[in-house]
Design a protein. Structure first.
Lengths: 324, 324
C-alpha cells in the first residue's frame, strides 16, 4: 500500500500544467490580438494574489479530499478567521502574533469539530461540514453587519502587500505551505495513512491504520489552511470581513481547484502539486477575463464551462487508462 | 447472491426508514401546537402546506438523483433562472402564459438532461457537473437580464402559486400548489414502485452489480437528473407565483433540498431511502422554520439552528445504522 502511494505521489507533472500552459498561451494570444497586454507587472501581481488566497484554502481541501472526505465549511472559516485576527489586533502591531495564533486556533477548533463529527459521530462529510458551515454562518450573520476590527499595519505591509519582484510574499507563503503538505503526503506515515484511508477505509482499518484519527487530523489541517487564508485576507483588506469567504466562493472554488488538479473526488488519488496547478489555472482564467474586460457574469458562465470541461478531460483519460 | 438478499430486504428497510422522520415531525407538531395553537387550524395549515410545496417538490427531485448515487447542486439556480426567464418572456402578457409554462417545464427538464449526460457520458462527478451548471445558470441569467430582473409574470402564471380552491368543506382554502404537490407525490411514489424505481435503487446501491445484471446505469441516472430538473421547473412556477421575481428566488434551495432528503432518512451515496421520506423531510424542515418564527428566533440565528438540527438528526441516524 505505502509503496503504491509513494509511486502515486512521484508521478510526472500532472496534466493540469499542460492545460495551464495552453490556457495562458491562448489567453495571451487573444488578449494581444485585442490590443491588450496580459503580462505586465500589475496583472501578474494580481493573479498571484488571487492564487494565494484560493491556493491556501485549496491545499487544505486537497488533504481532506484525498482522505475521502470534503469540507464545505472553509468559506465560513475564512470569514471567521479574518474577524478573529482583525479584532484581536485592533490595529496594534504588538498584538500581531496573538491575533494570528488566535485565528489559527479558531480554525483548528472548527476543523476538530468537523473531524469528530465525521470520524466519531459518523456523519456524512457533506452534511457535517454543511451543518458546521451553517452554525458559523448563523454566528457571523447575527453578530456582524459589516467589516470589524483592524489588522495590524505590520501584517498589512508584509503579508498583505510586500513582494519580491512581481511575486507577493503571500504567494511564497502558499508555495511554502504546499511544499510542506507535499512532504507530509509523500514522506510521513500520516500522509501514507491518509491516502490509504481515502482509497479504501475498510482495508486501511484492517491493516492497522487508525482511520478516525487520520481523518480528524486531516480536517484540522484543512481548517488551519483556511484560517491562514483568512489571516492573509485580513492583511489584504485591513479589517475583518464577515462575508469575504462566501462572496469569494472559497468553498466551491477550492473543491473545483482540487478536482481540476487531478485529485479524485472520491479520495485516495491525487496530490497537492496538481491542486496548485488547478489554482493557477483558475486564477489565470480570471486574469485573462479581466484583461478582456469581460462582464462579471459572462466570466462566471465561462468558469462553469471550464470546470466541467477540465474534469471531463481527466475522466476520459482515467477511463482510457483503466481500460488498457 | 448478496444483491438478491439485499433487494428482498429493501422494502422493509424503506418502510422502517420512515419512522424517525415521522417521530420528528410529530414532536415538531406538538411543539407548534403548544406555542401557536392557531397554526393547526385548517386555514393556516393549508396555507403552510401550499408555501412548502416548492421545497417538497425539490426534495422529491433531489431524492431521485441522490438515491441513484449522485448529487444535484444546480436546482436552486435552475429555479432562479426559470423564474427570471419566465418573467421576461411573459412580460405581463396573459396570452403568453401557457407557452411559457410549457417552455419552463421543458427547458428545466433539458437542463437535467444535460447534467445527466455530462455526468454519465463524460464521467464528470455530478458534484462538479452540477456545480458548474450552477455557475453557468446564475451567470447566464444575470448576463441575459443585465443585472436586474425585467418584465413581469402574468396573473394567470402566478395563480398556480398563490390561488386556491375556495370554500372546500372543513378545509376552507386548498391552495393549487398543494394539489400539484399531492398529485406529483403520488406519481413519484408510483414511479418508485415501478420497475424504474427498483432499477434506480439498484443502481445507487451497487452500480457495478446493476450493470452486470443488464441495467443501463447511465441511462437510469440520466433519467433521475431529468426528473430533478423537471421538479425544479414545477417548483419555479409555484415559487414565482407565490413570492414573485427576484435573483434570490431559488438561492440556497439546493442545500435545503439535500438537507430535507437526508433528514428523511435517505442515504447519501445512494441505494437507500424512500421518496415519501424525502418529502416528509422537506415538510419537517419547513415546520422547523415555522416553529422558529413563532418562537421569535431572530432571522440571523436561523442558519445556526438549522445547522445544529441537521447535524443532530444525521448523527442520530448514523448511530442507528452501524453497518454502513
Amino acid at each position: 500500500m505505502s509503496a503504491l502511494s509513494l509511486l502515486a505521489s512521484r508521478r510526472p507533472v500532472p496534466g493540469v500544467y499542460v492545460a495551464l500552459v495552453l490556457t495562458v498561451v491562448i489567453g495571451w494570444l487573444v488578449v494581444t490580438l485585442r490590443g491588450g497586454t496580459l503580462f505586465n507587472q500589475a496583472t501578474i501581481v494580481s493573479l498571484l494574489h488571487v492564487a494565494a488566497g484560493l491556493g491556501l484554502v485549496a491545499v487544505g481541501q486537497t488533504l481532506v479530499i484525498l482522505g475521502g472526505s470534503l469540507d464545505l465549511s472553509v468559506a465560513y472559516v475564512v470569514s471567521l478567521s479574518t474577524l478573529v485576527a482583525a479584532e484581536t489586533m485592533t490595529g496594534d502591531d504588538a498584538a500581531l502574533l496573538p491575533g494570528v495564533l488566535l485565528a489559527l486556533a479558531a480554525g483548528a477548533g472548527v476543523g476538530l469539530l468537523n473531524g469528530l463529527l465525521i470520524a466519531r459521530a459518523r456523519v456524512n462529510a457533506f452534511i457535517a461540514t454543511l451543518g458546521v458551515g451553517l452554525l458559523l454562518k448563523g454566528y457571523l450573520d447575527s453578530n456582524y453587519d459589516g467589516p470589524a476590527g483592524a489588522t495590524s499595519p505590520g501584517l498589512v505591509r508584509t503579508l498583505g502587500y510586500q513582494r519580491a519582484g512581481p511575486v507577493p510574499i503571500s504567494f511564497l507563503l502558499l508555495l511554502l505551505v504546499a511544499a510542506a503538505v507535499w512532504l507530509t503526503l509523500s514522506r510521513t506515515r500520516f500522509g501514507h495513512h491518509l491516502v490509504a484511508v481515502g482509497g479504501d477505509p475498510e482495508v486501511a482499518r484492517l491493516s492497522g491504520v487508525r482511520t478516525g484519527r487520520v481523518l480528524v487530523a486531516a480536517h484540522v489541517l484543512c481548517s488551519l489552511c483556511a484560517a491562514l487564508a483568512g489571516v492573509y485576507l485580513a492583511a489584504r483588506l485591513g479589517s475583518g470581513a464577515p462575508r469575504v469567504g462566501t462572496e469569494g466562493l472559497y468553498d466551491l472554488e477550492s473543491i473545483a481547484a482540487v478536482v481540476i488538479g487531478g485529485t479524485a473526488l472520491a479520495g485516495g488519488r491525487g496530490g497537492v502539486a496538481g491542486t496548485v496547478g488547478g489554482v493557477l489555472l483558475l486564477a489565470s482564467v480570471d486574469a485573462i477575463f479581466n484583461q478582456l474586460q469581460l462582464d462579471a457574469f459572462a466570466k462566471q458562465v465561462f468558469r462553469g464551462v471550464i470546470i466541467i470541461a477540465a474534469v471531463a478531460v481527466y475522466a476520459r483519460r482515467a477511463a482510457r487508462k483503466g481500460r488498457s | 447472491m448478496a444483491g438478491d438478499t439485499l433487494s428482498r430486504r429493501r422494502p422493509r428497510l424503506a418502510a422502517g426508514g420512515l419512522l424517525p422522520i415521522l417521530a420528528i415531525l410529530g414532536v415538531l407538531l406538538v411543539l407548534i401546537a403548544i406555542r401557536q395553537p392557531g397554526f393547526l387550524q385548517p386555514a393556516s395549515l393549508m396555507s403552510f402546506l401550499g408555501r412548502s410545496a416548492p421545497i417538497i417538490l425539490l426534495a422529491a427531485g433531489q431524492f431521485f438523483v441522490i438515491v441513484s448515487g449522485e448529487f444535484d447542486l444546480s436546482v436552486g439556480s435552475l429555479v432562479t433562472a426559470q423564474v427570471v426567464i419566465a418573467a421576461r418572456l411573459i412580460d405581463g402578457e396573459p396570452g403568453r402564459t401557457w407557452p411559457v409554462v410549457a417552455l419552463v417545464l421543458v427547458s428545466a427538464a433539458f437542463v437535467g438532461l444535460v447534467n445527466g449526460l455530462i455526468t454519465t457520458w463524460l464521467r464528470v462527478p455530478s458534484f462538479i457537473t452540477t456545480l458548474g451548471m450552477l455557475l453557468i445558470l446564475v451567470g447566464a441569467v444575470y448576463l441575459w437580464s443585465d443585472g436586474s430582473p425585467k418584465g413581469a409574470l402574468s396573473e394567470q402564471f402566478r395563480r398556480f402559486g398563490r390561488r386556491a380552491v375556495e370554500d372546500v368543506p372543513v378545509l376552507g382554502r386548498v391552495p393549487y400548489a398543494l394539489l400539484v404537490v399531492l398529485a406529483l407525490a403520488m406519481l413519484a411514489m408510483a414511479l418508485m414502485r415501478s420497475d424504474f424505481g427498483h432499477t434506480l435503487i439498484a443502481v445507487g446501491d451497487n452500480p457495478r452489480a446493476a450493470e452486470l445484471s443488464g441495467v443501463r446505469v447511465g441511462r437510469t441516472r440520466t433519467i433521475a437528473f431529468v426528473l430533478s430538473g423537471a421538479a425544479a421547473g414545477v417548483a419555479a412556477i409555484l415559487l414565482g407565483g407565490y413570492s414573485g421575481v427576484s435573483f434570490q428566488a431559488g438561492s440556497g434551495l439546493e442545500f435545503s433540498a439535500i438537507t430535507a432528503v437526508v433528514l428523511g432518512g435517505v442515504a447519501l451515496g445512494g441505494g437507500r431511502g424512500s421518496v415519501a421520506g424525502a418529502m416528509l423531510g422537506a415538510l419537517t424542515l419547513e415546520l422547523l422554520f415555522a416553529l422558529m418564527n413563532f418562537s421569535g428566533v431572530p432571522g440571523a440565528v436561523r442558519p445556526a439552528v438549522q445547522g445544529a438540527i441537521i447535524l443532530l438528526a444525521v448523527a442520530v441516524s448514523a448511530r442507528r445504522s452501524p453497518s454502513r
